[in-house]
Structures are given as C-alpha cells and as structure tokens.
Design a protein around this ligand. Sequence first.
Ligand SMILES: [Zn+2]
Length: 303
Amino acid sequence: MWRAAKNLLPTATNLWKRKVIMDPICKRCSCRSEDVFHTLLECKAARKVWKATEFYEEVKQMPHQDMLSFLQEMASKRTKKDVELIIAVCWAIWYCRNCFIFDGKDENPVISVARAAAIVESFKRVKISKDQAISRHGQISQQTWTAPPNGCFKVNVDAAVKVSEHKAGLGVVVRNSRGRVVAVAVQNVQFRGTVASMEAKAVLFGIETAQQVACVPMVIESDSKEVVDLSLNRKESKTEIDWIIAEIQTKLRIQSQASIQFAPRGCNIAAHSVAKKALEVENQCIWLENFPDHVSLLLSKFC
Ligand SMILES: [Zn+2]
C-alpha cells in the first residue's frame, strides 16, 4: 500500500509517463486516464467491489486526490480495523485489475471482498502466533471459523485417510454469510498417492458440490497449505498430485466465481468431522438442509 500511496504502482498513466505504453486510458472503463486513485477508487470496476463493502457511500463521494490523502482521511474517520480492511480491499482491487489486464479474467466483486477479508484474517493469525512466540502467557490464538462476506458462500473441505483399508473420506460443508449450513457432502474414494492428493481431491469435490447446488460465488477453505499453495501457483510439484491441481486451477479459472485460501485446522473442524463420516458411506451423498441425524449431530457440535 505504501507503493500506492507514493503513486508508484505501474498504472497506465505512470507507464505512459515513462513511455512504456502509448495510451494512458483505463482499459477497464475507457473513461479517463488510469492513475492510482482512478484504479483503486474511481473506476467503475473498483466501484463494483466497494459496493460490496460498508465503505461504498464514503468512497463514492471522494473527490479525485492522491492515495495518501485518501488514507489519511479514512484514518481520521474510521477505526484501525476498518482502515486495515480498506487497505486490503485496495490490494484486492489491484490484484483483480491485474487479472483483467494480464489474463482477461473478470473476477466477481464479492470474491475480491472475500479475498480482502482473508488477507486481514491471515495477517492477524501471523501476528497472533508471533506474539505468542514472544510471550507464552498470551491467550490461545483465535482459530475459529469466520463467515464469508454477504452474498458469498464458504466451502470448507477436508480429507480423512484410512491407510490400512486404502480408503479416504472427503468432506464438504457449505455455509452462507450468516454462518448457516446450506449443504453437506461426503464421498468415499480409494486412497491413492499421498495424503495431499486426497486433500486436493477434497478441494475438487468441494468446488463441484458448490457448483451443483448453485452456491456461488464461493470461497474454498482447505487446511492443507500444500494444496492451497500449489493451486495458487505459489509452489511447484512434480508428483502425481499435479493433475488434480491442474484440474483445480482450471475450475478456478473458468468459474471466476471461486477463490481458494488456507485455513488452520481450528477453522476447519466441521469439514474434518464430516470427512471422517465419509469413510463410512458408500460412494457419494449430498444433503441440502434436510440433514440425516448423524450429520445434524456433527453440525450442532462443530458449526
Ligand atoms: Zn477505469
């Protein structure tokens, strides 16, 4: 954000000034030249994202200015927590703008807001664990599930493995922005490859389930850092997990209604317990609202 504040992001106007491109006009709205303020706050593409937040009315009334003045004004009116989220939303809009310019992908604004909320969450988690490392007297870190933004669904997925029987259970729990469980799915598959391959299968199963029951846009949460990092191209692998990851990436690309993020175990307990149940079923089941007793019991304990 510091870069944005100092007007250093390589927006069209900046690239044009430095003679990298011929035309400083914003590629997304063709309305005016693309400077940092325009890109993050003024452009109609950015406004769609702000509209999905509580800051929309303020942002709409902001006169054209530099980012530093904008942030100073917000900091004088809003809490620290709000300003953190505002900065994360700006980052998510910048990310979304790059996806559009470089990959031609138009992301759903609700997904951008979810991405921003996830950044703030994970930043806090890192901060909490650092603080704990320093003093061991601190409270136990808050590892609790958090609801997705309005109009978005959160899809928690997990795999449970029974190596002795060559079996794996895949569990999916879909919740809405009020935290209500709207769908639960289980699948019993043959255990092949590694535990991470099964975690990747759980992600695929989660995306497919949410698509089937029309729970889009969605944020997928897995507690396998490896699978999330591979899916987001933060890491490379040369094993049999590759083709499952490729399939996840294709689905994420085609959908543009889905994003994936890591969640610590503590935030993924419901999916974990459902995955264990999946070891007992034949094949596959999806339940919508009318959950069987054994599933309702789990949900009442963990959701
Ligand atoms: Zn624009």
